[in-house]
Design a protein around this ligand. Structure first.
Ligand SMILES: NC(=O)c1ccc[n+]([C@@H]2O[C@H](COP(=O)([O-])OP(=O)(O)OC[C@H]3O[C@@H](n4cnc5c(N)ncnc54)[C@H](OP(=O)(O)O)[C@@H]3O)[C@@H](O)[C@H]2O)c1
Length: 322
């Protein structure tokens, strides 16, 4: 079958390991089901994989991609949940020490077909296109959990979203706006700041710009470049929810003094549960909120999408179609 996969790993030249070609069809497996992929979306995770973060040499060749929407074996329209847990684990899947994401241990979604545990599919509402639904399982689910499960934010609260242009960040802005929050957003790029306003941000700022108030929570996916500003933007007792470190994991100043003195909470967040994905899908179905899609490309042109993401030249999601 057609597939986009990692053939080798390189920290400095991740694109050198990307292959657009052919891989064997998935072998049927007890308790798993084969999804025919109609659309899949690109995440920074796929670039990390090509750099060897979360993907090991011995797992190669590995089909990339965490997210997909398509048809199940009975022809139903479905969305795939990307978190694969140990079958014996009965708690929150994201807390399973043996969990993995599709494309880490099991082949990913950038292909004609993907094999997933039978419990990892949920119905796709007709109101969402395959392209929109394919944006949800990683970036949008991560944003949903950061805001509402880990961040515990409620209507009327204030939130800062760092790096407005990202797949997770655009989801954070749209979902926070839909949830009745006051949303501040930063971006390095003026055009992205303008688009963040259209998406529901109350006010936008250059990276590290001063906010009009200290906020209840900051949503952090940028890491080193914005960490200090994130900590300094919080009110006493506020929460910093972190799910990514695109610019690097080691901030120049960890701001520990401010963290204890102002009794801040630093909260990690990763992906989300199947139940949360179901809630997110319902929220979009009923509210009319839709993922921001930067570009839709045939999967055969996947390399162009990876290039755009590596350059930081996207606003929202890059989607591949079959
Ligand atoms: N823990 C999880 O479950 C989980 C799930 C999804 C994603 N993530 C992580 O979250 C991060 C974002 O993922 P994504 O898919 O949304 O990636 P993305 O679409 O590539 O977004 C990255 C955004 O980060 C901002 N940025 C990058 N470098 C920056 C810098 N030096 N200074 C300021 N801003 C910078 C940019 O915003 P501007 O251009 O607007 O400034 C960019 O739009 C990644 O590191 C990813 O691995 C984690």
């Amino acid at each position: 079958m057609f597939a986009v996969y990692a053939e080798k790993l390189s920290i400095d030249d991740p694109m050198s390991g990307l292959v657009v070609g052919e891989r064997p069809d998935p072998e049927p497996r007890e308790g798993w089901t084969t999804i025919t992929v109609k659309a899949a979306s690109l995440n920074h995770h796929d670039l990390w994989s090509l750099r060897g973060v979360g993907l090991r040499e011995e797992s190669l060749p590995m089909i990339l991609g965490c997210d997909a929407a398509g048809y199940d074996e009975d022809g139903n329209e479905v969305v795939v949940h990307a978190v694969v847990k140990d079958p014996a684990w009965a708690d929150d899947e994201t807390l399973d020490p043996k969990r993995s994401l599709l494309s880490e241990r099991h082949q990913g979604t950038f292909a004609d077909k993907v094999l997933v545990p039978a419990g990892n599919v949920i119905p796709k509402p007709a109101s969402l296109s395959f392209e929109e639904a394919a944006c949800l399982p990683t970036a949008w689910l991560t944003a949903y959990r950061m805001l509402f499960t880990r961040g515990q934010l409620k209507p009327g609260d204030s939130v800062l979203v760092q790096g407005a242009g990202g797949g997770v960040a655009t989801a954070l802005i749209a979902l926070a706006h839909a949830g009745g929050l006051r949303v501040y957003a930063t971006s390095r790029d003026e055009a992205k700041r303008e688009r963040a306003l259209e998406l529901g941000a109350t006010e936008v700022f250059e990276s590290n710009g001063r906010l009009p108030e200290k906020v209840d929570a900051v949503m952090e996916t940028v890491g080193r470049a914005t960490w200090s500003h994130s900590v300094k933007s919080l009110r006493p007792g506020g929460s910093l929810v972190v799910s990514g470190t695109t610019s690097g994991p080691n901030p120049d100043n960890a701001e520990l003094t401010r963290i204890f003195f102002l009794q801040l909470r630093v909260i990690g967040s990763t992906m989300g549960t199947r139940t949360e994905l179901g809630s997110l899908v319902n929220l979009l179905d009923v509210s009319g909120v839709r993922p921001v899609i930067d570009q839709v490309l045939p999967m055969t042109d996947a390399g162009a999408g990876f290039d755009a993401m590596a350059r930081g030249d996207v606003f929202g999601k890059v989607v591949f179609t079959r």
